[in-house]
Design a binder for this molecule. Structure first.
Ligand code: AMP
Length: 248
């Protein structure tokens, strides 16, 4: 079984981002970039399926600028077999990414596509759903457990107040949630090995899909700053103050 995993290059989750002075976007100049954390979980899951003898090949795919090669090398170091960069310097919104991934799956014919549930930069949570719709494939989002048996994949999904277990027929799209697995550390020998693994670059324009943006960002703003706290003498005063403020 061939698995395609989508990996996006995003601002590292430990970076405290700032909004640009003109309020049009988050300032990403000179900040550390990494693989989207949910995509690390996606690659890890694919590698575990390969280690379990279920998958035979893992192809990591990233759409974006040439710098996304770094992200793909990380996926190769975790254990993907080869990588494809769909290269473009244009802004990519989730529908555009879904269309580009659809063009790649038409060519690669995988049985399973694993994406993250959301990219931590745009927080869209749309690409997997859109890809499944474009491909007319079943989808299971927010996966916390994945099991493949024959032509079926059984997925436990994180839903409000518990989990839902669904069974899909392959080919299918699965998106990962936090509890699915804990990604392994990338070791130096594997980083070295990853340098020799194949990484193909395809120009996004050559795939014949319309990737023009459909959404326009009107404004980006920092969350309001919290007002300072206040110390009270004892618990009784605290309760009284909360009552006065009609909080309890
Ligand atoms: P989003 O819908 O933007 O929140 O992204 C959901 C998931 O789609 C991510 O976790 C990735 O697995 C995948 N994805 C989004 N953008 C890209 C991209 N530029 N290249 C590869 N995969 C992507």
């Amino acid at each position: 079984m061939k698995i395609i995993v989508g990996v996006k290059r995003v601002v590292d989750s430990n970076v405290k981002v700032r909004v640009r002075a003109d309020g049009t976007a988050v300032d990403i100049s000179n900040v550390k970039m990494s693989m989207n954390p949910f995509d690390e979980i996606a690659v890890e899951e694919a590698v575990r399926l390969k280690e379990a003898g279920v998958a035979t090949e893992i192809v990591a795919v990233s759409a974006g600028s040439g710098q996304s090669q770094e992200t793909l090398r990380t996926a190769l170091a975790i254990g993907a077999d080869r990588a494809i960069l769909i290269e473009t310097d244009k802004e990519l919104q989730p529908l555009a990414v879904a269309k580009l991934l659809k063009a790649v799956i038409d060519k690669e014919q995988p049985q399973l596509v694993i994406l993250g549930k959301q990219a931590i930069d745009d927080d869209s949570n749309q690409t997997g759903q859109m890809l499944a719709a474009l491909a007319s494939w079943p989808q299971a989002t927010f996966a916390s457990k994945v099991g493949v048996a024959g032509n079926d994949v059984t997925v436990s999904r994180e839903v409000d107040g518990g989990t839902e277990t669904v069974m899909l027929q392959l080919p299918a799209v699965v998106t990962t949630d936090l509890r699915l697995n804990e990604p392994r550390y990338v070791t130096l020998p594997n980083i070295m090995k990853a340098k020799k693994k194949p990484l193909e670059t395809i120009a996004a324009d050559s795939l014949g899909v319309d990737i023009s943006p459909r959404l326009k960002t009107l404004k980006v703003a920092e969350p309001p700053t919290r007002s300072a706290g206040e110390k009270v003498a004892d618990a009784a005063t605290l309760v009284q103050r909360l009552r006065d403020a009609k909080v309890i």
